[in-house]
Design a protein around this ligand. Structure first.
Ligand SMILES: Cc1cc2nc3c(=O)[nH]c(=O)nc-3n(C[C@H](O)[C@H](O)[C@H](O)COP(=O)(O)OP(=O)(O)OC[C@H]3O[C@@H](n4cnc5c(N)ncnc54)[C@H](O)[C@@H]3O)c2cc1C
Ligand SMILES: *[C@@H]1O[C@H](CO)[C@@H](O)[C@H](O)[C@H]1NC(C)=O
Ligand SMILES: *[C@@H]1O[C@H](CO)[C@@H](O)[C@H](O)[C@H]1NC(C)=O
Length: 383
């Protein structure tokens, strides 16, 4: 059994940021990661052409900026390089291939008891920790809906996290289900690689340009969100024109208000809208039924497909291993309380990166958590 002050579950950006902030206070911690590398989402589960959707000033982790010559929108590989430099700078040493299997609070002893499996040596290690940080991500498991008849589909079905590039789909009929940033970008990637690309858009979305979002986030520092949203929608409508005849409508709430209230991001157009207008990418309503290769859509359309890409998001898996976490997480493994009060539970329990606020939210969480742990340790020392 190993005794530690802080135990961090997950070495994605959130776990690394928390580790760096604790390091600044010289607070000892252990950080474990079930994969064989840090930030596996970025290294192994992201498509080739991915860049950070937000400008770099909104994507920094605490205590380290991007190089001055870095592009405004950082490509995936450069972000991974930044994380590698970050790990080196703060001397973070995650224990890789270590899966947390359970974590319970010991009321009598006042500590968290963590059971982790070391997959390299096939042993179970028990840790005892004063503080426990859940940094296992909102993206730990893929979320794939089940449509009637799906088991009869003879083609390839993959989740967006396994999609790398459209090159292998050239000449094929491919359906992308889901119209968030990943789905919209994958539909574009498929079309530019010569696939016959169709996209399911079921609910209203805010299509924006990355420059508009950057402008909006800057204006937010000076103007009320509703006003900024009003300006953004006006400008986006000017840029894109009326998209309703292409099956794209806007939600009632503005893009920034929606993000802050529900976590739903605006979609940053990478060229998808242009291809939709040209008819290169076909927009379909929700899937109603699958019969072999034939897929039926709301509104009565049907067509034949060779492959389906599910860009239908992710789930948190924290509840699968965290026991006694009710003070902080709901049944979906996401915070009970709304931002900015979501990051702290009872008995030294914290979460980083679970408030659907991207890397900027992660940076805030990590700092809050380290500051709170520091103040608790200072109190314990003074008694
Ligand atoms: C395609 C995509 C693009 C995105 N683009 C942006 C962007 O441009 N800007 C932005 O701000 N945000 C973006 N995000 C959102 C967010 O910033 C990233 O998802 C970010 O990687 C989240 O970091 P995280 O550390 O919270 O989670 P993750 O990166 O998912 O890391 C969690 C880690 O915990 C590990 N883990 C899970 N369970 C266990 C366990 N039981 N034991 C041990 N380890 C465990 C996982 O293996 C994983 O490595 C994007 C997300 C996706 C999916
Ligand atoms: C990590 O695992 C992946 C497969 O999950 C593999 O492709 C890669 O080579 C491994 N990397 C290391 C450093 O072991
Ligand atoms: C492309 O896909 C659409 C379905 O969205 C279909 O109607 C059309 O026939 C397909 N084109 C070809 C050349 O297969």
């Amino acid at each position: 059994m190993e005794e530690v002050v802080v135990f961090i579950v997950g070495a994605g950006p959130a776990g690394l940021a928390t580790a760096a902030c604790l390091n600044q206070f010289s607070i000892p911690y252990v950080i474990v990661e079930c994969e064989n590398c840090s930030a596996s989402l970025w290294r192994n589960r992201a498509y080739d052409r991915l860049k950070l959707h937000l400008a770099k000033e909104f994507c920094e982790l605490p205590h380290m900026s991007y190089p001055v010559d870095a592009p405004t929108y950082i490509p995936k590989d450069q972000f991974v390089k930044y994380l590698d430099d970050y790990i080196e700078r703060f001397n973070i040493q995650p224990k890789y291939l270590t899966v947390v299997e359970s974590s319970t609070y010991d009321v009598d002893g006042n500590f968290w008891s963590v059971m982790a499996r070391d997959m390299a040596s096939c042993t179970v290690v028990n840790y005892v920790a004063k503080f426990l940080v859940v940094a296992s991500g909102e993206n730990s498991a893929t979320n794939i809906p089940m449509f009637p008849g799906q088991q009869t589909f003879p083609g390839v079905t993959i989740h967006s996290s396994n999609y790398k590039s459209g090159s292998i789909y050239s000449g094929r009929n491919v359906l992308v289900v889901g119209s968030g940033n990943s789905g919209m970008e994958i539909a574009y990637d498929l079309a530019t690689h010569g696939a016959n690309s169709s996209l399911v858009i079921r609910s209203p979305i805010h299509v924006m340009t990355k420059e508009l979002i950057r402008l909006g986030m800057r204006l937010l520092r000076h103007l009320p969100p509703k006003l900024v949203d009003h300006l953004l929608v006006m400008m986006a409508d000017f840029v894109f024109g009326d998209l309703s005849k292409h099956g794209i409508t806007r939600p009632k709430k503005g893009p920034l208000v929606l993000k802050s209230e529900t976590g739903q991001s605006a979609v940053i157009d990478v060229g998808t809208v242009g291809l939709i207008k040209k008819g290169t990418i076909k927009v379909q309503g929700g899937v109603t039924k699958i019969k072999g290769k034939t897929i039926e859509f709301q509104g009565g359309n049907e067509a034949s497909f060779d492959a389906i890409v599910f860009a239908t998001g992710y789930k948190s898996t924290a509840n699968m291993w965290l026991k006694n976490g009710e003070s902080m997480l709901n049944n979906d493994g996401l915070p009970n309380k709304e931002f900015p009060n979501h990051w702290k539970g009872e008995n030294g329990l914290y979460c980083a990166g679970l408030a659907r606020r991207g890397l900027a939210g992660i940076a805030i969480d990590a700092k809050n958590i380290a500051n709170d742990i520091k103040s608790k340790i200072d109190v314990m020392r003074s008694i």
